[in-house]
Design a protein around this ligand. Structure first.
Ligand SMILES: [Zn+2]
Length: 419
């Protein structure tokens, strides 16, 4: 009996030791999650671009009267950038900067309609796709149609529209895709909403928002479309491990400096944009006042995905700003518009704003408004007498400019002018 009891106790001790050893060896794996290694699954990325959206027309920026509960809630739970700008207040070039991390001087897309992003320039979607991401784009305006070159790297590029479609229609296409999503792989989803673009014709339920201008009501409509998408993706469990970015491509003049819409001037009204970044729970929240640009988005998203930056990129990752670690800002921010030159035979506007406050390279327009023979307003800048710089078909940067008029140019112009 004694030897039997001792044997049982010995067996228990051995079992306890083995159990302890197993627990000791497997605890780190349990803490690190499925897979048992330190490398976590990459975050999915939802990039919402808000066409023609001024930062001060979002409630969270506390400027103009606004009704933007979706974007305000993203701001409240994440990171809000107060000094984000677009390098160019025109839809196609601005989105080209988002996708390449380059200023227009380098990616070469200077205006809507007549340019095609060169296939030689690395793009964000391509990098993500090659690294296992499911990539889908759902756009709402013809100016971003695949023929202009932003479709590279997307498994699906949904541009099934004539000139423009509502954000809710865009959502329908995006959510059909969400039902077919491969849950075992990360995704990069880019919906583009175009509601605030002129002319402003908000739907009846947004016109009922008292105290808002028609433009602000259109911004409210874009916010509602973003809200519908987020609610549905969340209900499907698709936002648990997802970085959400909401950003404007450019603003809108709304009469400031004599500009009603955008593309002629490079004042803050048409260049300053909202930028909100939301990371999965526990990442914190902050208002970030450092000047940043749309060219910083591609490196930021690749940083979050654990991938190297695109080759030759000008933007920098914003993750150090978000984490509060060492951040080296660029010495200057660039902005331009060539639209006056291409469309109204007047001078382009360019500005390089230095951190140190130098004004030596700030060709700010003189604000002389000119009414052309076609009844369209344009601007004469201080540079207009000399017209320095390259021709419209030449590049100011080192990269090749791909100004490739596509077939059916006249039809294309009609579609663009109807947006
Ligand atoms: Zn735009």
């Amino acid at each position: 009996m004694l030897s039997s009891g001792m044997e049982r106790r010995g067996r228990r001790s051995r079992l306890f030791a083995i159990g302890f050893l197993i627990a000791f060896l497997t605890l780190p794996a349990l803490l690190l999650g499925p897979g048992g290694c330190a490398k976590r699954r990459p975050l999915s990325i939802l990039l919402i671009t808000l066409d023609t959206t001024r930062a001060d027309y979002l409630g969270c920026y506390e400027g103009q009267p606004a009704h933007t509960p979706t974007l305000d809630s993203l701001a409240a739970a994440g990171f809000r950038f107060t000094q984000a700008i677009t390098p160019v207040p025109i839809t196609l070039p601005a989105h080209a900067s988002v996708m390449t991390g380059l200023n227009p001087t380098r990616h070469g897309v200077r205006d809507n309609g007549a340019f095609h992003l060169s296939p030689s320039i690395p793009v964000l979607a391509d990098q993500l796709q090659k690294n296992g991401y499911q990539t889908r784009a759902f756009i709402s305006a013809f100016v971003l149609a695949r023929q202009f070159g932003l479709d590279r790297g997307f498994d699906e590029y949904d541009d099934a529209l004539y000139n423009e479609r509502s954000g809710f229609r865009t959502n329908r296409a995006a959510l059909r895709w969400a039902d077919r999503l491969d849950a075992s792989r990360p995704y990069f989803l880019w919906p583009h909403y175009c509601e605030p673009h002129a002319p402003y014709h908000p739907a009846l339920r947004f016109r009922a928002l008292n105290g808002l201008t028609p433009y602000a009501q259109e911004v409210a409509a874009a916010d509602a479309a973003a809200g519908e998408l987020l609610r549905t993706l969340r209900a499907k469990g698709l936002l648990k491990n997802t970085m959400i970015v909401a950003v404007g491509d450019h603003g809108e003049g709304l009469g400031a400096h004599g500009e009603d819409e955008h593309g002629i001037f490079i004042y803050d009204e048409s260049v300053r944009v909202p930028l909100l970044i939301n990371l999965p729970k526990g990442a914190g929240k902050k208002v970030i006042e450092s000047p940043v640009s749309l060219i910083d988005l591609a490196p930021t998203l690749l940083d979050v995905a654990g991938l190297p930056p695109l080759v030759g990129i000008e933007g920098v990752s914003l993750m150090p700003l978000i984490k509060g670690t060492a951040y080296s800002p660029r010495p200057s921010e660039y902005r331009e518009t060539f639209c006056p030159e291409y469309n109204y035979d007047h001078a382009r506007c360019r500005q390089c704003e230095h951190r140190a406050g130098s004004t030596s390279e700030r060709p700010r327009p003189s604000c002389t408004i000119w009414r052309g023979t076609r009844g369209r307003r344009a601007i004469l800048t201080q540079n207009s007498r000399t017209r320095p710089g390259p021709s419209p078909s030449g590049s100011t940067g080192t990269s090749p400019l791909s100004r490739r008029p596509h077939p059916g140019r006249a039809r294309c112009r009609r579609r663009i002018s109807s947006v």
